[in-house]
Ligand binder design. Sequence first.
Ligand code: NAD
Ligand code: TYD
Length: 338
Amino acid sequence: MTTLLITGGAGFIGSNLVRMVASAGQYRLIILDALTYAGNLENLSGVIDGTNVVFIHGSINDGDLLKRVFSDYSIDAVLHLAAESHVDRSIASAAPFIETNVTGTLCLLEAARAASVGRFVHVSTDEVYGTLGPDDAPFTEETPLQPNSPYSASKAASDLLVRAFVHTYGMDCVTTRCSNNYGPYQFPEKLIPLMTLNALEGKSLPVYGDGRQVRDWLHVEDHCRGIMLALEHGRSGEVYNFGGYGERFNIDIVHRIIELTGADTSLIAHVTDRPGHDRRYAIDPRKATSELGWQPVHSVEEGLAATIDWYRNHSAWCESVRSGAYLEYYAKHYGTSL
Ligand code: NAD
Ligand code: TYD
């Protein structure tokens, strides 16, 4: 059976990907995750079996560990999702983003190359393209990279390292760039889970600036299907954009969350805008459709309603994340502290 290394598999997208791939049963999965604040083993409860789905606690910055993992588990291909992923945190402190997203990606590329791994899928973001005006055409794979935040700059740097490893060493890499994801298991520092949990708890809903920034929302399951299609059918050295034709103003998303949770609009608080806030993201995913046969299947309306139901019905997960209890999960189940 083909063995995949999934980095960042305890995070939001990674854990959804692990669940999707594990349930199909076609691949053996080795998850490598440093369990930062964003990594949560509860996201993988019931999935790790130690045989077909193995969890390894460790960092992509640890070259010795990577060497052992590639050799001990005979890794055939890599799905690289591990990252520092939150723009606001990158504004507060950029260094961890360079350490993980740039140096860590380099370390992983070097280890994968040394192990002659078949395919390396690098999961990136549309934020590397910068920001759009209201009438600009959506980002294509040809749009120049103009990152504006420390987060997007670090992701753009990692994309260029991947490109260089293809060009210089002939490595077999594919890069995906996706728009904003939403769905189950997303850490409540990002817009949709933060607003959902706050609305359910009757807390303030902090909208940055006028709330008229636009994001192009994609359900995480659609993204995960795209990552697997890029693994199986992408052309080496190519970039594939994924987006859900789901452009919405932030303030409209917040109003919809209020309707779906039955909260009060008086909870909305317009707060100081994010420095350097990108105004609009929008993706043209036609290359992924024509080359990979990829199409989003979830509409924002249906996907958002289902997501809010998920948070409502998973109060134990929400409580554990809110209280920080999830940070104790590793020690409880593996017998050692992190
Ligand atoms: P996340 O923050 O929820 O999860 C990141 C995971 O990486 C966590 O489990 C964390 O513990 C792990 N990690 C961090 N540093 C590590 C290290 N040094 N070694 C090993 N593991 C480490 O992020 P996410 O939202 O699931 O995003 C996954 C990937 O998808 C990222 O590369 C991100 O840039 C990209 N992406 C995210 C979105 C989005 O909307 N969330 C959109 C497009 C692209
Ligand atoms: P976020 O989920 O952080 O994703 P990104 O910055 O990567 O797009 O934010 C999505 C949008 O929501 C972004 O325009 C910032 C805005 N936002 C708020 O208005 N209030 C908030 O509390 C958060 C977290 C985000």
